[in-house]
Design a protein around this ligand. Structure first.
Ligand code: SAH
Length: 215
């Protein structure tokens, strides 16, 4: 099928995002602009705009559209931010962040996923994304601090290194909990320490690393 799924994207916004509370105009614009089907294997492209996660290989999944929108909305991006993403995966969330940030730093621990996402995002002409093959639970010290950090895999606890790399007033969004269910947690970095806000239940693949789950 040779179309760009424009209507599917509009339907996704009207039936999945707005009714569930996504109201940030910039987030809705980015979700209508980025062609999510390009981030899936061709055979699964027809699933791209449905209300569920989709496999992307290596036992990983692209998050459900609503979860991508919700996590992005929590970050309150304006276009000026240095944003760190842990878990590049398909690169779809990375593209949404790149639309709304000054610069995106994204880390992935499965090299073929990182290579594939980098190739695709370069071909889509994103010039404000830096990629790294690394354990994201350690953050990316070189460019810290970040105004926003997003972790797209479930963590047993909030990784200390990531909080340290958050700028004062900066926000992190991260699923924290057990292996099967987590709470989506917003972490706001204060002058000293941080505060957290819960945003409800979610279900992510494991965050694996030094400050995550063991392999
Ligand atoms: N945002 C991605 C989600 C992919 S699933 C998308 O929408 O496509 C989560 C990703 O986190 C997987 O690709 C997994 O390999 C990666 N991951 C898990 N632990 C990691 C770690 N410690 N550092 C970097 N990436 C990690």
């Amino acid at each position: 099928m040779n179309h760009d799924y424009k209507h599917a994207r509009e339907r996704m916004i009207k039936t999945q995002l707005i009714p569930k509370g996504i109201k940030d105009k910039l987030v809705l614009e980015a979700m209508s602009k980025v062609h999510r089907h390009l981030f899936l294997e061709e055979a699964l492209a027809g699933e791209a705009y449905n209300d569920h996660p989709v496999p992307i290989g290596h036992k990983q999944t692209i998050s459900q559209p609503y979860i991508v929108a919700l996590m992005t909305q929590i970050l309150k991006l304006t276009g000026k931010e240095k944003t760190l993403e842990i878990g590049t995966g398909s690169g779809y969330q990375t593209a949404i962040l790149a639309e709304l940030s000054l610069k995106v730093y994204t880390i992935e621990r499965i090299r073929p996923l990182m290579e594939k996402a980098r190739y695709l995002l370069n071909s889509l002409d994103y010039t404000n994304i830096l990629f790294k093959y690394y354990d994201g639970t350690l953050g990316w010290q070189e460019y810290a601090p970040y105004n926003a950090i997003i972790v797209t895999a479930g963590a047993p606890q909030i990784p200390e290194k990531l909080v340290e790399q958050l700028a004062e007033g900066g926000r992190m969004v991260i699923p924290v909990g057990g292996k099967t269910n987590q709470d989506l947690i917003e972490v706001i970095r204060l002058k000293t320490g941080y505060k957290t806000v819960r945003h409800g239940g979610c279900r992510f693949v494991d965050l694996i690393g030094a400050h995550g789950w063991k392999e």
